[in-house]
Design a protein around this ligand. Sequence first.
Ligand SMILES: Cc1ncc(COP(=O)(O)O)c(C=O)c1O
Length: 381
Amino acid sequence: MRIQDLVKRELLPIKRPVHGGQGWKISGVEDFSHNLNPYGPPAALPQLVMEAVDQLDHYPDDTSAHFRQAVASLHHVDPENVIAGAGSAELIRLYPEVFISRKARVIIPRPTFSEYSHACRMQGANIMDVPLCEGEGFRLDMNAILEKLPLSKAVYVCNPNNPTGTVEPRRRMLELIEECERAGKLFFLDETLLDLVEGHENISCMSEVKNHSNLFVISSLTKSFAIPGMRVGYGVGSRESVDMMDRARLSWNLGVIEQYVGSRLLKEHMGHVQRAAEMMARERGRIKKAIDGTGLFSPLSDQAFFFFTRVNNVRLNAVDVMEHLLPRKVLVRDCTTFGRPCDKFVRFSIKTPEKNDMLINAIEETAQEIRSTAFGARMHV
Ligand SMILES: Cc1ncc(COP(=O)(O)O)c(C=O)c1O
């Protein structure tokens, strides 16, 4: 019996998505390849986890009522606008299960987080290729999206975008959401990385779900509270879309600990996230100046709390630079798996000042080392 003959056809060409944040597997390395709050989880976390342990002898509340209430209060929406997810990853999977049928076309500007196309392709959807504008800091190509809109069912946008770090202003997002609404198209917006951007309140479109029934926005506590080991995320949308997704949702998707800790963090510890966002915004300029000075990469952007930059050397790819940095105990994300042109790009996060010094030193040393070898002769600076 050949399993390949029995499996759903859509699955055959699909590979598992690849993610950064693997540094914990390599001892002694500082992991700049993930985008987590550099202060780590709030000090209260172990206590909060312990407070929920007593309740492990019963099933979790299948409706995640307290957690959804905490999300609703934070984003000025109703609990009926909120669905809980085991990380925002669960909602990325659930959304096309509910809305995207076989052969439907979806617009996913690239490069971006690989889970959207993975989840859509699992449903047999076709991805419409719309490259981001590299020359404009990887902004959305509005004209290209609008041109393809009539043939599509949904548009996906990640803001800030992973891996590019580009932050689109709310005004631009709303224009696109409204265009989609007029054309009867769905709009899936991923704001998982937004809480750590200074001034995120003026960028988020979360509360706009009240005005735009085609809009569904996801976020999670993973990055904001540096708790990837707990799976706590949420989506916010119109009551109707949340109701439809809730019908298909996995039962008990959030555990007792996730629901309890998630609610308490959102209610009491948002200051921890805010302090990290402010610190990273302060550090960004200093890092940019130092690393731009090495000439190893194209000039760093001054937008998000992580950098995405091209290796400034015709002979070296992202993986080469990553391998130069690793012996210096610094892990950056080689972006090759995001597809071309990302094989020339690395991504690294902003951390606390001391750790950022370590990053800067490692990059300065690497630039010197490369300059002194044959590769250096081809460096663009
Ligand atoms: C843009 C973006 N969205 C969603 C996720 C999924 O995160 P989680 O499921 O932990 O919320 C990630 C994780 O890397 C991400 O980068």
